[in-house]
Design a protein around this ligand. Structure first.
Ligand SMILES: Cc1ncc(COP(=O)(O)O)c(C=O)c1O
Length: 463
């Protein structure tokens, strides 16, 4: 066979959707008769376009990723320039200029003594790396029993088997049990569904929720617990911001029990809440930050675990190694793109834009409160969840059957058909997740509100 006569044709014809259905295995996707995924071919600013040329408002920044918006030529140029200079070299005992510069820059943005940057290719690997570091660190400082981790109910922390064990969504884990042992759950900060005596007092609720972490550490034995993994604003379940005083108390608890506080900022970092790192938005200093998504605005994949100097100390004796890494971790092209992306953040004042416009985003979405299907509108910065309920006065949620019919069967595609890309999610109670690119303004907020209003009004009639 000559190189010009491949054994299988490149494609068998038909639409891109049909070709996708034939060979592409979607992530977290259903497959089967009649299911063809929408095909997105182009992006420009806050908009994406499909293969039929239809335009949609990107209400989720891809997947909480495209902070600076789509179609930025300068990021494509930064990638090309680095690929021409040095497309690839690993960080396995070597270094590259863009990885060095990006590590310096992230350390400068990070609070406290979080000065040591370990690169990955994405968020789940950053979480995985943080747990492994926590285990090895405690072995090296003479506390080898400390290996367990604590995280919150319904929280999503990624899909590698360690990160998945930290994830608090049973339905995502069932198929892969047994997972890495040693991960335990505490309640999240969903005040909308808090017990009656706590729901009207956010401070009291925050104290209660934080104290559950101390309780879990006591239950497991402080000498066995290594780390607590928390998002600044929890995504899965529908955007749970921390109540006042929550992180202050968590920090106290972690210090008291010598347990590492890992701020999982895979979604919240890089301006989503208004600062480079969202721990700054909520006034706490973690021991480790995990981040990814917005670091390059998605123009190339990368993630990072940023550790406090103290955690790196036992690894600087000349012989001790963190025996962990990824071929593509800190890829030079991705690191160069991240630097160019962060330049855009600085030049265009994106974080200030988010801080300035966040109240308008909130009040625009809160207009939806008048709809009977909207139970709660919650979030921070450019990161919101709208919880849908069957009965607003009792907060009654949908049955599994109604969720399937309304959320999956109607809402997801109806919103998309109406020109809004976002997510209807039911990992906890059903919510619509919104996180537009950080360049969005009032015009986009209004468009989101109008599309949601019309589609949610129709959804209610299907109940
Ligand atoms: C908080 C959090 N941690 C970890 C992850 C996993 O990141 P990735 O999909 O890049 O592996 C995600 C993904 O959405 C996330 O939201």
């Amino acid at each position: 066979m000559t190189p010009n006569t491949p054994s299988t044709p490149r494609h068998s014809g038909g639409s891109l959707g049909a070709r996708s259905a034939a060979h592409l295995w979607g992530h977290f996707a259903r497959h089967g008769e009649g299911i063809t995924p929408p095909v997105i071919t182009r992006g420009e600013g806050v908009r994406i376009f499909d293969d039929a040329g239809r335009s949609y408002l990107d209400g989720l920044a891809g997947l909480f990723v495209v902070q600076v918006g789509h179609g930025r030529e300068e990021l494509a140029r930064a990638a090309a320039k680095q690929a021409e200079q040095l497309a690839f070299f690993p960080l396995w005992s070597y270094a590259t200029p863009p990885a060095i510069e990006l590590a310096e820059r992230l350390a400068a943005y990070a609070p406290g003594d979080l000065n040591r940057v370990f690169f990955t290719t994405g968020g789940g690997e950053a979480v995985e790396s943080a747990w492994k570091l926590a285990k090895q660190y405690f072995k090296l400082v003479g506390k080898p029993g400390k290996h367990k981790v604590i995280s919150r109910a319904v929280a999503y922390h990624g899909t590698p088997q360690g990160a998945l064990a930290i994830t608090g969504v049973p339905a995502l884990k069932e198929a892969f049990e047994p997972l890495t042992p040693g991960a335990f759950r505490v309640p999240n900060t969903n005040i909308y569904r808090a017990a009656e005596d706590l729901a009207d007092d956010p401070k009291k609720f925050g104290r209660w929720a934080a104290d559950r972490i101390a309780e879990a550490i006591e239950f497991e034995g402080p000498e066995t617990v290594a780390a607590v993994f928390l998002e600044p604003v929890q995504n899965a379940g529908g955007c749970f911001p921390p109540p006042p005083g929550y992180f202050e108390r968590v920090r106290e608890i972690c210090d008291e029990y010598d347990v590492l506080l890992v701020s999982d900022e895979v979604i919240c970092a890089f301006g989503r809440i208004g600062s480079m790192f969202a721990c700054d938005d909520f006034g706490y200093v973690p021991d480790i930050i995990t981040c990814a998504k917005g670091m390059t605005s998605g123009y190339s994949p990368i993630g990072a675990m940023i550790a406090d100097d103290r955690l790196f100390e036992p690894f600087r004796d000349g012989t001790t190694t963190f025996a962990h890494g990824y071929t593509f971790g800190g890829h030079p092209v991705s690191a160069a793109v991240a630097l160019a992306n962060l330049d855009i953040f600085e030049r265009e004042g994106l974080n200030d834009h988010v801080k300035t416009m966040a109240p308008a985003f909130r009040s625009t979405l809160e207009r939806l409160d008048d709809l009977p299907i909207v139970g709660d509108v919650r979030g921070e910065g450019f990161f919101y969840g709208i919880e849908l309920v069957k009965d607003k006065s009792t907060k009654e949620t949908f049955t599994a059957d109604e969720s399937e019919r309304i959320l999956r069967g109607f809402l997801s595609s109806a919103l998309f058909d109406a020109g809004l890309y976002c997510r209807a999610d039911d990992r906890g109670d059903p919510v619509i997740q919104l996180a537009p690119p950080l360049i969005a303004g009032q015009a986009e907020f209004d468009e989101i509100e109008q599309i949601l209003r019309s589609v949610l009004t129709e959804a209610y009639t299907l109940l």
